[in-house]
Each structure stands twice: as structure tokens, then as C-alpha cells.
Design a protein around this ligand. Sequence first.
Ligand code: BV8
Ligand code: ZN
Length: 249
Amino acid sequence: MSLLAPEAVSRRAAAARRAVVFTGAGISQESGLGTFRDADGLWSRFRPEDLATPEAFARDPERVTSWYIERFEQARRAEPNAGHRAIASWERWFPSLVVVTQNVDRLHHRSGSSDVLELHGTLWTWRCARCGAKRDAAALPEQRPPACVCGGIFRPDVVWFGETLPLAEFDRAAAECRRADLFVVVGTSATVWPAAGLIETAAAGGALIVEVNPEATPLSGAAACVLRGPAGEMLPRWSREIERWRSPA
Ligand code: BV8
Ligand code: ZN
């Protein structure tokens, strides 16, 4: 069998004690959800400033909330893929495995990962922009835009450009990255800050950096190893290599 990763990398990964997996939209691509910055991604058809900012919501709440309701419906219909499942299965080797995700689709939770930090929030819960009342996306009022009893409008619990990330999640993610000895980056263009800075945090702490992505990214040069291909293929294959080192013959 030809190896996917250099032996030394798989051996070091197998011996890791604290692993962090950092994911972006690419991990959900094989579940049928669009990425953002690829040639056919969401930002090739829409402008982020028209849909993913507080100003856009203030200007045109009907358009913005309709777009997010549609994305929620897509996420709800989607199923976790072999990449999500491989990551969830790594908890048998690394009980303290933390998944730090920029995704808002909840597919890591649904594939069985138990410790998921959602840096950019979630499509699955919404809150009233005026009074803060919470609603499950599946239970939003029928009106468009969805109206709260207080007269305000519900918005998705996601982090828009120009908004701050949830502080507790980000602080914990940074702490986990600092002490990680294995850091696997999957399916992100590593262009959105401050999330992308966590890669540098993990590298500065001495973690082994492995990237899984079919395309080169700004991170590729800094990674100890790049698994160049789709996550749904690469992660299960790499799991089998790590398994060999976990249970030597
Ligand atoms: C903030 C949520 C403080 C909602 C999203 C420093 C420098 C420069 C700019 C900034 C900076 N600091 C802050 C900024 C501004 C801004 C920013 O980063 N701008 C960039 C784009 C220039 N950041 C912010 O505004 C952040 N907040 O800083 O707060 C503050 C506050 C007030 C005033 C001042 C400061 C908030 C950012 C949050 C944005 N929220 N979305 C929604 O989903 O609609 S962003 C969006 O991008 C996504 O949600 C996602 O979370 C994020 C990252 O994208 P990726 O996941 O990487 O996706 P992408 O399409 O780019 O890449 C996909 C990859 O997958 C590709 O590499 C592709 O090759 C690969 N792939 C494809 N198929 C596969 C695959 N890989 C594996 N397998 C496959 N099958
Ligand atoms: Zn309200």
C-alpha cells in the first residue's frame, strides 16, 4: 500500500496527546453544502457585504433572513460525510479531541464529535435583534422577515463580518491550540480573521500541523504535511495509517 502521509508524520500524529482539528467550509462540501471562496462558492454569486454584515441586515432584513433560512434548510437536509465521521472517530485515540470549526451547519455535532467550538456561531438557533429572545431555526414564525412579539426581527446566531466572535469559545480555542501537539486543518482557505490566526497559535506552541485540502492555501507552506485531496477521501485513508501506528503488529 502506498502511504498517504510520510511515515514520520503519521507516527507523530498517532503518538499525540492533545489534538485539535480546525475546519472550514471544505469539510462540508461533500455533504452538498457550498463553500464560500471557491470558483463556484457562495461569494462567487453573492457579495458578503450584501448578506453577511449587520449593515446588510439593517438595510434589507427580508433578503438577509431569507438567505439564511434557505441555508439552514440546506444544512438540515445535509448529512455528515466520511470526513466528519473520521474526525469523530478519532476520539477513541484522543479523548480530549477538540473540533474548532468556522462552520455554522452543525454537521460535526451530528457526526458524533463531542467537543465542538463554533467560532462563527450556528444557523440552528436565531435571536431577536431587539430583545434577544432565542428561537430554534425550525420554529421561526412564518412572517418574512421573521418577527418577534416585541416588534423586533429574528436573525441567525452567526457571526457576521465586523462582529466579534463569541469570547468564551475563542478563548478556549486559543488555549487548546497553544497546548495542542497535533493540529489538523481541514477545508479552509485560512483567510478569515481572527479564526485563521489560530493556525499560527498552534504552530507557535509546537504542534505538528497537517493540512487537508485539494487546493494550496496560504498555510500549505507551513504545514509539516499536506494531504492534497477531498476530506471525505483523505481523512478515512489517513485514519487507517494512524491506526497502524496505534496498534503496531
Ligand atoms: C472581527 C458566518 C473584531 C456566517 C463568516 C485581520 C486582517 C484582515 C481582516 C480582518 C482582520 N481581522 C478582522 C478582519 C475582518 C474580517 C476578515 O477576516 N476579513 C477577511 C475576509 C479579509 N473579520 C471579521 O470581521 C471577524 N470579526 O474581526 O471582529 C472586530 C469587530 C468590530 C470591528 C473591528 C474588529 C468576523 C468574521 C466572521 C465572518 N463570518 N460567516 C455565514 O456563514 O454566513 S465568514 C465565512 O468564512 C464562513 O462562514 C466561514 O466561517 C469563513 C471561513 O471560510 P472557509 O471556511 O475557509 O471557506 P472558504 O470557502 O474560504 O474555503 C473553503 C476551502 O475548502 C478552500 O480552501 C477549498 O480548497 C477547500 N475545499 C473545497 N472542497 C474541499 C475542500 N477541502 C477539503 N475537502 C473538500 N472536499
Ligand atoms: Zn424580540
